[in-house]
Design a binder for this molecule. Structure first.
Ligand code: PEP
Length: 252
């Protein structure tokens, strides 16, 4: 575990106008300045410029919540990885379950977006996770293993250093139902074994694998203490500076 870096990343989803974003970042900056883990905020496209300007010279990294796989073209409403990179954005969330559920994202489109993001020089936060019905059928590992393998298709060992995987059981996202620390660790460990099969044990040991799904100030410490859980991807609790800070402190 001490071979790798814990990262706490906020996923703001479709929240915060620019004045609201500014207020949250200003509040957060001094609170996480001494963090002993990586700190990232993934914000709506409309807040990227604000977030980049306000976090310049700080320990807070800025990410987007998605990107398209083409460099440019007739894709109304989409944003390319190159557009993000040019702004100075360093991270991008790919394959979030809300994109898979509501916007037709598939393992194949996730793979294409991962490719584009890595080509643009971004670090990818790749989300994988099973539905409740899949867990109940006992196929969690099969699903998560397949999502991981397809998404990493064509990713080189060198590029893997710019990949973070977030294990997010879909039944735990935004539901207040957190996976137990044991469940979270079990699947994170499985993902690491899948990655070891593809890239070797050294690469797998260096990979940051986060847990996500209703992580909050109260349950974070137990989750991030698990041997295969290297921080978290935080939705709801990333929208309030004290809550997000408490999670950062738990992972520090
Ligand atoms: C997420 O959006 O990635 C997430 C984990 O959300 P929440 O923390 O609100 O469950």
């Amino acid at each position: 575990k001490n071979l790798r870096k814990a990262v706490i990343a906020g996923n703001w989803k479709m929240n915060k106008t620019r004045p609201e974003a500014k207020a949250l970042i200003e509040e957060l900056k001094p609170m996480v300045a001494d963090a002993g883990c990586g700190v990232v905020i993934c914000v709506p496209y409309t807040n990227l410029e604000t977030a980049l300007a306000l976090t310049e010279g700080t320990n807070i990294g800025v990410g987007a919540e998605n990107c398209h796989w083409e460099k440019s073209g007739a894709f109304t409403g989409e944003i390319s990885a190159d557009m993000l990179a040019e702004m100075g954005v360093k991270y991008v969330v790919i394959g979030h379950s809300e994109r898979r559920q509501y916007f037709g994202e598939t393992d194949e489109t996730v793979q294409k977006r991962v490719r584009a993001a890595l080509d643009a020089g971004l670090t990818v936060i790749l989300c994988v996770g099973e539905l409740l019905a899949q867990r109940e059928q006992g196929i969690t590992e099969e699903i998560v293993g397949l999502q991981t393998k397809v998404a990493l298709g064509g990713v080189s060992a060198e590029e893997l250093k710019r990949v973070i995987i977030a294990y997010e059981p879909v039944w735990a996202i935004g539901t207040g139902k957190t996976a137990t620390a044991g469940q979270a660790n079990e699947v994170c460990r499985y993902i690491r074994a899948v990655v070891a099969g593809l890239y070797g044990q050294m690469a797998a040991d260096g990979l940051t694998i986060q847990y996500g799904g209703s992580m909050n100030a109260k349950n974070a410490a137990e989750l991030v203490a698990q041997p295969d859980v290297d921080g978290g991807l935080i939705g709801g609790a990333s929208l309030k500076a004290p809550d997000f800070t408490a999670i950062v402190e738990a992972a520090s």
